[in-house]
Design a protein. Structure first.
Length: 308
């Protein structure tokens, strides 16, 4: 077999091996996606209920009452002059997830540009090795990092992240915090979201309600009245705790769902590309083999003619 034919055949076998790997990885990512989707959807219902309850309480009660409490979580309502900004960035621990990490990092850099943030007035809390390595290499101040989030994160894993972020805010490591992560829309589409998480404001709690109110603006608004036992301040403080935890846990669940979706899409594209390359190489191989056979037949025919 000519050297060129052997080289093409080797490329075909190598590409087929790669296709087997990417196809297997696609199936694994799809299985993980199917597994986490149920957790994400059910948790979104709980998180929405917590937010609505806290929103109703804030509307029916002066939110400043919460800041009067010495509870660390109640202090999350308290605004103060911004000297340092914290950004919690959720990325993946590994590659092979398409543009997933690139989009998140790009949006984070855009946020810094829009808010006039620099390495001097910004600290980073990173979940995922990709974000940690990126910002450290660029001289950013990474004050907290977490890696090794499981494929279907548990609340116990995320609780330490929430606790650390809240404690840092309480200790004035930063005076406001933004959350940047990839939101899962469907199996094809994901969008990067940016939330201002701390301090918690009445405006941030009302955002979803205002959006839903636009579609039902002809209806009369319904207000709620409450009797508090124990005090309203203690109840709000407890709900703020649950709201902060649900917000970050929900974001990490959402981000993991988007990561599995991106991985499945990337591996599907890689498998399709491998199929295209194999088809092209096989056509090239067959043409070269046909040309070699034709040459051999011509030589044999020429030799027979010469003998006659």
């Amino acid at each position: 077999m000519p050297a060129s034919l052997a080289a093409v055949k080797h490329k075909i076998e190598s590409t087929k091996s790669t296709r087997q790997i990417t196809s297997a990885m696609q199936m694994v990512s799809t299985a993980k996606l199917n597994q986490i989707q149920h957790h994400t959807q059910t948790y979104e219902v709980y998180a929405e209920k917590v937010k609505n309850m806290l929103s109703d309480l804030v509307k029916s009660h002066n939110a400043s009452a919460a800041s009067a409490s010495h509870d660390a979580y109640a202090a999350l309502f308290e605004k103060r002059p911004v000297k340092k900004t914290g950004i919690l960035v959720i990325t993946s621990d590994r590659g092979l997830v398409g543009s997933y990490n690139n989009n998140i990092i790009k949006q984070t850099l855009q946020l810094m540009k829009d808010k006039n943030l620099t390495a001097e007035n910004t600290v980073f809390l990173t979940v995922g090795k990709t974000g940690t390595e990126f910002f450290k290499k660029r001289g950013m101040n990474v004050v907290y990092q977490y890696s090794g989030i499981s494929d279907v994160p548990t609340f116990r894993e995320v609780h330490q992240i929430v606790k650390t972020a809240v404690q840092m805010y309480d200790d004035a490591v930063f005076d406001e915090m933004y959350l940047v992560y990839s939101h899962y829309v469907n199996r094809i589409t994901s969008r990067v979201r940016v939330h201002d998480v701390l301090p918690i404001t009445a405006e941030s709690l009302m955002d979803d309600e205002e959006n839903s109110a636009e579609s039902t603006k002809d209806e009369s608004p319904i207000t709620a009245e409450y009797e508090f036992e124990p005090s309203d301040t203690e109840i709000i403080a407890g709900l703020v705790s649950q709201y902060a935890e649900s917000l970050l846990y929900g974001a990490i669940l959402d981000a993991k769902t988007s990561e599995h979706s991106s991985s499945a899409n990337a591996m599907r594209s890689a498998t399709d590309n491998a199929d295209d390359i194999i088809s092209s190489l096989e056509l090239q191989y067959n043409r070269a083999r046909q040309a070699a056979i034709t040459t051999e037949i011509t030589e044999i025919t020429g030799g027979m003619t010469a003998q006659e």
